[in-house]
Design a protein around this ligand. Structure first.
Ligand code: 1CP
Length: 335
């Protein structure tokens, strides 16, 4: 592979700034909203191989991005295990009751069959000429973040039960099951053409310092090593983790995605591996001058460091696609 992102991640090239965006296929695009309107059941949409392909490629038709990220969701994992997952309008995910005995009955074949359209969608997309010499990013949620959704049954942003993490035995058993099936999910994405894996730990910031080893570092390091065994790069995004340096030392990913709250100067000083992201997605809701100013800030800090341009979280639904196009062109022309 000789893509811009591989040049950055593997050859540590600092002359190019590859660019892609988290949630680049999503509600800010009218062509996505149209499909979404016709497909009110989000899980069903994530299981439609033709629409997976179409939606994944929508931003590639519009912008000069260096990677497509497969249109799917981290919650396809609990779905594949047999926990009900629903997305309610203006509320977000809503999960059904958790029954660990049922999960124990699920084998690799059952799981892969349930998610078969996801893998078929990846396979077709990987052959598209729109991503020729570019990357196709597969992804999973980190075990901790998946656990949070499975136990809390909704976004912790909405509400989080205090005694959620009391039953340590249940947590340990669940983490083992989640890890096993995340590996299967990763393997199937890679075997069908994903050239990079990103691990989203969106709720890493909820874990106390004393529990990081148990709930974040140990389960994640196993996945990172697993991805590396395929000779595929792995990018980690432990959103709002307080200590990115320690995380990188423990996990050893190929790149670290930073959130928009962390000071990029501190990251540059402390972190040796390639860095991705950082810009606050809200900046895209302002004006072009401000976008240039804030983009220059990141690009200048990381000018001699391998850096993939991205945001500090997903593209917001209110974003004007024209602004995103402007940003991509600006990053591509930056010298
Ligand atoms: O139309 C809609 O209402 C659906 C919105 C939507 C979309 C476009 C959801 C529901 N998921 C997705 C796709 C998605 N999810 C992608 C596609 C690829 C791309 O980036 O373009 C990816 C990578 C995800 C990953 C994901 N899902 C994460 C990790 C990243 C993050 O945002 O922190 C998480 C936490 C989820 C759960 C989820 N799915 C959808 C929502 C609204 C949420 C977040 C709920 C919450 O705030 O807890």
């Amino acid at each position: 592979m000789n893509t811009n992102i591989y040049k950055c991640l593997i050859n540590k090239n600092t002359n190019i700034n590859p660019v892609w965006f988290m949630r680049q296929a999503g509600r800010y695009l009218p062509e996505f909203r149209k499909i979404r309107k016709e497909n009110p059941n989000f899980i069903k949409l994530c299981l439609n191989k033709n629409l997976i392909n179409q939606i994944t490629l929508q931003p590639m038709e519009r912008f000069n991005l260096d990677a497509a990220i497969i249109f799917s969701d981290i919650l396809m994992l609990p779905y594949g295990l047999g926990q009900e997952v629903e997305f309610k309008k203006n509320f977000g995910p809503f999960l059904g009751n958790l029954n660990i005995n049922n999960f124990l009955k699920v084998n690799e074949e059952d799981f892969a069959n349930k998610l078969k359209p996801v893998y078929e969608g990846i396979n077709t997309t990987s052959k598209s000429k729109l991503i020729k010499n570019k990357d196709l990013i597969g992804f999973v949620g980190a075990p901790w973040t998946i656990l949070v959704y499975m136990l809390n049954k909704k976004s912790p942003k909405k509400k989080i039960s205090k005694n959620l993490f009391n039953d340590e035995k249940l947590i340990n058993n669940l983490l083992k099951i989640i890890e096993k099936f995340l590996k299967i999910h990763i393997k199937n994405q890679i075997n069908n053409g994903a050239s990079i894996i990103q691990i989203f730990d969106s709720w890493a910031g909820l874990v106390d310092e004393k529990n990081l080893e148990k709930y974040v570092y140990n389960p994640t390091v196993n996945l990172v090593e697993y991805v590396k065994s395929f000779k595929i790069p792995v990018i980690c995004f432990p959103r709002n983790i307080r200590n990115y340096k320690k995380y990188c030392e423990k996990i050893l990913p190929d790149a670290i995605n930073i959130d928009y709250e962390i000071d990029p100067k501190k990251i540059l000083k402390e972190i040796k591996i390639p860095v991705q992201g950082g810009l606050d997605p809200k900046i895209l809701l302002t004006d072009k001058n401000n976008i240039i100013k804030k983009t220059n800030y990141y690009l200048n800090i990381f000018k001699d460091h391998p850096y993939i341009f991205n945001l500090g979280h997903g593209v917001l639904p209110e974003t004007d696609p024209i602004m995103l196009d402007y940003l991509v062109k600006y990053v591509k022309d930056f010298k």
